[in-house]
Design a protein around this ligand. Structure first.
Ligand code: NAP
Ligand code: MN
Length: 266
């Protein structure tokens, strides 16, 4: 039986050319290559940038097998391999010369006045208004009331997501070996009318963050998961916590988080 590798690519010409070349090389090395996720798929390869990498993992519903990226995108914080290094990658993969990084997802349990559902994030969950008015969110942690937030909204990010939207919003970059959640406010108001924290808050991986929207004007809460909008009517309660579900990122053996940060950010 052949070992199966699933390849997913964005639509850019460079990605499609890389996919074609990679497929040929993997077939020559004895693998079966597929576009879909087969129960026997042993590795998922995403070709594109970070956005494609996130989309691949969501599309394949958080596979248990390792995922690796080939960067044809802009930043490429997730994808580890350059299209010029495909041969080295195949050689290293065959020799099992790589690292596996376990990434805990963040889970959001969202309840409306009709039902509850769970969604999962690799980078972050954003809770904000879908109109341009001030958003009011009551924040509790483990049943303890913390603050009545007023502003644009809040980001709850994973350590992996800390370098994305969280960082742009003034949050801290988190060492990827830590297990925690970072809540970063988006334009918090801090006046005599409204008081809330203006810096990020770090929560332990055991915490349950509870956000209860306060509807002053209209039903207007938007949830954004890894850059994709989810709109539900009449959200009454959102619970956010570190999920039991993990994904495995395959990294080349010379991968080092902080050198990646300085390479991509400075
Ligand atoms: P996008 O608009 O292309 O993403 C914005 C930038 O974030 C891209 O350069 C993307 O890299 C990069 N990125 C994504 N995940 C990252 C990570 N974990 N660490 C460092 N950089 C990362 O949209 P997208 O590609 O679909 O990515 C979705 C993400 O965009 C969301 O999860 C959110 O974090 C981020 N976002 C950021 C802002 C902001 O900074 N103001 C606003 C909305 C969303 P590539 O160029 O390789 O795609
Ligand atoms: Mn992108």
């Amino acid at each position: 039986m052949k070992r199966i590798i699933t390849i997913s690519s964005n639509g850019l010409l460079k990605s499609l050319e890389t996919k074609e070349l990679l497929s040929k090389k993997l077939i020559n090395a004895g693998f079966e290559v597929r576009d879909d996720f087969h129960p026997d798929t042993e590795l998922v390869i995403s070709i594109g940038g970070d956005g494609s990498f996130l989309k691949t993992i969501h599309d394949f519903e958080f596979p248990e097998v390792p995922v690796v990226g080939i960067n044809t995108g802009h930043l490429g914080f997730f994808p580890d391999i350059s299209p010029d290094n495909i041969d080295d990658f195949i050689e290293a993969y065959l020799k099992k010369d790589y690292l596996i990084q376990d990434i805990s997802l963040i889970q959001a349990n969202i309840c409306t006045n009709k039902h509850c559902l769970d969604i999962f994030a690799i980078n972050e969950v954003v809770v904000k208004g879908d109109k341009s008015r001030t958003t009011h969110l009551n924040l509790k942690v483990n049943d303890t009331h913390i603050q009545n937030f007023s502003g644009d909204g809040m980001i709850i990010s994973t350590p992996t997501g800390s370098t994305a939207y969280n960082y742009a919003a003034g949050g801290s970059i988190v060492d990827s070996s830590l297990n925690l959640m970072q809540l970063t406010p988006l334009y918090p108001i801090n006046t005599n009318a409204y008081r809330c924290f203006t810096s990020s808050i770090i929560f332990s991986s055991e915490s349950i963050i509870n956000i209860i929207p306060e509807y002053r004007f209209e039903d207007s809460i938007l949830i954004v998961i890894d850059g994709v909008e989810h709109k539900y009517s009449q959200i009454s309660d959102i619970k956010i916590f570190v999920s039991d579900i993990k994904i495995k990122l395959l990294r080349m053996s010379n991968y080092e988080f902080w050198s990646r940060v300085s390479e991509k950010f400075l």
